[in-house]
Design a protein around this ligand. Structure first.
Ligand code: SF4
Ligand code: SF4
Length: 92
């Protein structure tokens, strides 16, 4: 089982150094996780370190494809409030 990094990754390097399995590598257009190396941090930490440090919501998915940091969990902004605000801004 392995986590994966998706398009919303901003290539900030934060996860790269915290992975105990050296599973994260630089790639284009964004960083990736080597599924054969990723242990989900099970033997090393209580939580996946890459997802714990990643500043971008929904940039890292769990093995089932669900976001590790869903919308609103890092910013504290409920997704519906963000959608309302974005709609208001775009209507100006
Ligand atoms: S879950 Fe752990 S082992 Fe897997 S890529 Fe993230 S930091 Fe590395
Ligand atoms: S910490 Fe998140 S945004 Fe930064 S490189 Fe890793 S996956 Fe991408």
């Amino acid at each position: 089982m392995a986590l994966s990094i998706v398009d919303s990754c901003v290539n900030c390097w934060a996860c790269y150094d915290v992975c105990p399995s050296d599973a994260i590598y630089e790639s284009k257009p964004h960083f990736k996780i080597n599924a054969r190396k990723c242990t989900e941090c099970e033997d090393d930490y209580a939580a996946p370190q890459c997802a714990s440090i990643c500043p971008i919501e929904e940039a890292i998915l769990d093995a089932s494809g669900a976001p590790m940091n869903p919308l609103g969990t890092l910013t504290g902004i409920p997704p519906e409030k963000l959608a309302e605000a974005m709609a208001e801004i775009q209507s100006r």
